[in-house]
Design a protein around this ligand. Structure first.
Ligand SMILES: Nc1ncnc2c1ncn2[C@@H]1O[C@H](COP(=O)(O)OP(=O)(O)OP(=O)(O)O)[C@@H](O)[C@H]1O
Ligand SMILES: [Mg+2]
Length: 378
């Protein structure tokens, strides 16, 4: 399974120079507000995705007094790989994998499958379809290698199609060459998503849901994949039907960029009926299902980044996450202001495999003396 053995971060937000040798299991990063905890997770996420989970403005990620940041990691999965990313304030980005230049961050994402849970994860039910689509496509991307190439073709065709739609005097036949490519890519994407969804739904509702959801939640929760076009009729016919509307808006209304995951309680959207706490249980189950399907289809385990979960989850849900992740044996980076809820809730006080890091004013220090853990529980 992918495990980060070393992490070196320099000039990233308030982390001027941080070096960590994480453990293979749970890594608990604690410290006061503003000390730099989330920045550590963000640096890992930038390494894996080429972008942050918090901002698209990469310049904000460079330490205010510097001109570039670097994140380097040693990653073990069968063999050991060295991966690094440097980004300068003029936008220049260098990605290196084992000393060789890589040209896209997709290669990094494949090396380092990351699942991030932070405050925005808990918007999954109330957020837009795009949020759920991205969440689910993470899984499809990581288990179906052809997904990224079809998605790239799809995105290119949609972009071209939309710019044609915005031209004057556009006719249906002008769109034909782009539509052919679009339809082909959409069909591939659709069949990959449907295949993966089958497993995902089973894990979400059965393997996890059966012990997590009780009462009405257990009895009537459903999860369905909604295509980006109507089930009746094929995609091409619907593109044709929508032509006038698309021209008026300068935008393509149907397609793979419109699909959604619908989470309902009987016929009502779960978000309209469930309490905030129940919604969070459902979201926890969605994330765990994603990790388990990923493991079952690839034999790999994702690395988890959990940002301040004690602030988001009640004791029971926090315990469920801890138990599931310990069982899965994933490498976890969890931040918290106070380490106590995780130490006790995840039964880690005596756990020798736990590694604790204290962050203060951007300085990271290993605080792993097991005899000192009781002092955090006072
Ligand atoms: N470009 C930058 N250069 C220097 N410092 C920065 C930069 N961007 C943000 N910071 C500072 O980095 C600090 C650490 O932020 P971070 O979000 O990592 O804190 P945190 O430990 O997660 O805090 P909290 O517990 O409140 O979530 C903040 O105080 C912020 O002001
Ligand atoms: Mg934070």
């Amino acid at each position: 399974m992918p495990t980060l053995l070393r992490l070196d971060i320099s000039h990233f937000r308030n982390l001027r120079s941080a070096a960590l040798q994480p453990g293979e299991g749970i890594n608990l990063i604690f410290g006061e507000n503003g000390s730099g905890k989330t920045s550590i997770l963000e640096a890992i996420s930038v390494l894996a995705h080429g972008r942050s989970f918090r901002t698209h403005k990469y310049r904000r990620l460079i330490n205010n007094d510097e001109k570039s940041f670097t994140v380097f990691a040693q990653l073990h999965e069968g063999t050991t790989r060295n991966i690094g990313l440097n980004r300068a304030s003029n936008g220049d980005t260098q990605i290196r994998i084992d000393g060789k230049a890589a040209y896209t961050s997709t290669e990094l994402a494949e090396c380092l499958p990351l699942l991030v849970m932070n405050s925005s994860s808990f918007q999954l039910l109330e957020g837009s379809a795009q949020v759920r689509r991205k969440f689910f496509d993470w899984l499809v991307f990581h288990v179906k290698h052809e997904f990224k190439q079809h998605w790239k073709l799809y995105a290119r065709s949609i972009k071209q199609r939309n710019s044609l739609l915005r031209r004057d005097k556009i006719t249906r036949s002008d769109l034909v060459p782009w539509d052919q490519e679009l339809i082909k890519a959409a069909q591939h994407i659709e069949s990959m998503r449907l295949e993966v969804f089958d497993q995902f739904q089973r894990y979400f509702l059965k393997e996890i849901g059966e012990f997590l959801f009780t009462g009405k939640l257990g009895a009537s929760l459903t999860c369905t994949y909604v295509s980006g076009w109507s089930k009746e009729g094929d995609y091409k016919a619907q593109l044709d039907d929508q032509f006038e509307r698309d021209v008026a808006a300068g935008y393509t209304h149907v397609g793979s960029h419109k699909s959604d995951l619908k989470i309902n309680l009987a016929r009502v959207p779960a978000v309209e009926e469930l309490s905030r706490g129940q919604q969070k249980s459902v979201i926890v189950a969605l994330y765990l299902a994603e990790a388990l399907v990923f493991r079952s289809l690839t034999g790999r385990k994702p690395v988890f980044l959990l940002d301040d979960l004690p602030a988001e989850l009640d004791e029971a849900n926090l315990q469920i996450v801890g138990k599931a992740l310990k069982n899965m044996g994933s490498q976890v980076f969890a931040t918290a202001i106070d380490p106590k809820p995780i130490l006790t809730g995840w039964e880690l006080v005596e756990d020798k495999s736990l590694k604790m890091f204290h962050v203060k004013h951007g300085q990271v220090e290993l605080k792993n003396d097991i005899t000192l853990r009781d002092s955090f529980l006072l």
